[in-house]
Design a protein around this ligand. Structure first.
Ligand code: PEP
Length: 255
């Protein structure tokens, strides 16, 4: 399976720094093998980033290496009186191809429930965006041996019927901390997620990308990305520097 390396800029990045980032990213693409890249900047940068990359959110370097641009969230509704929300339809019109949904920072900081994430995923799919739904346990839940139970419940509650998208496993205790689960732990939970997806979605669940996210860096990416059932990475901090992001993408194809 061709791996997807997705960058989540969170509330970082600036309009002024975009050209340099896009230039560095484009310069490095030619060195990469067959891998898909995705960059998710804050919403106001979606269109400028697409333009800086020189493509309509699609291929900028030929058939083998693609960079798509995505968003980090979308509204639950398609349009209307929802001050401050941004619709999936508008993101799609701007050229976004994917949208990250249910990131733990949104679940925690904005009290997003599984039902809300599910509604957003339906809105995203309706607008033609590919949802990336994040799941993952807290440190306390891991300590109580509840990681699989928590993640299964998140999948059951957040994925709409007939979901066609991507799932990202992001243990909360690994996000932005520099602490990474053991390879064994990542492997076990990705296998559990695969089994849950097949149960929930049938054949579609068997081939769906499952990304790992949580302190992925150039020096640990290769070992993580080589694990069975890991279909790519969701990268926060290390996606902010094009050089590091490219190094992680290179690790997806063996270095
Ligand atoms: C994330 O926020 O999705 C993430 C994985 O962050 P980091 O890579 O910085 O841990």
């Amino acid at each position: 399976m061709r791996q997807l390396i997705a960058g989540n800029w969170k509330m970082n990045g600036s309009y002024g720094a975009l050209a340099a980032y896009a230039g560095d990213l484009k310069a490095g693409l030619a060195r990469l093998g067959a891998v898909d890249l995705l960059v998710c900047p804050p919403d106001p940068l979606v269109r400028p980033l697409i333009e800086a990359l020189g493509g309509a959110g699609g291929s900028v370097a030929g058939d083998d290496v693609k960079v798509a641009v995505g968003a980090q969230d979308c509204g639950e509704k398609r349009a209307g009186a929802h001050t401050g929300d941004v619709s999936a339809d508008l993101l799609a019109e701007l050229g976004a191809r994917f949208v990250i949904l249910g990131h733990s920072e949104r679940r925690l900081d904005h009290h997003e429930t599984n039902a809300m994430v599910r509604a957003k995923a339906e809105a995203a799919a309706g607008a033609g965006l590919i949802p990336i739904i994040c799941v993952g346990e807290s440190r306390a839940e891991r300590a109580q041996d509840e990681a699989v139970t928590v993640v299964r419940a998140q999948l059951a509650g957040s994925l709409p019927d007939g979901f066609a998208g991507v799932v990202a496993y992001e243990p909360i205790w690994a996000i932005g901390t520099g602490t990474v689960p053991s390879l064994e732990q990542i492997m076990q939970i990705h296998e559990a997620i695969r089994a849950a997806l097949v149960k929930q979605l049938g054949d579609a669940g068997a081939t769906m990308h499952i990304l790992y996210g949580g302190s992925v860096k150039p020096d640990n990416a290769q070992a993580i990305l080589a694990l069975p059932e890991v279909g790519g990475a969701l990268v926060g901090g290390a996606s902010l520097k094009a050089e590091d992001f490219l190094a992680i993408a290179a690790a997806a194809t063996g270095g």
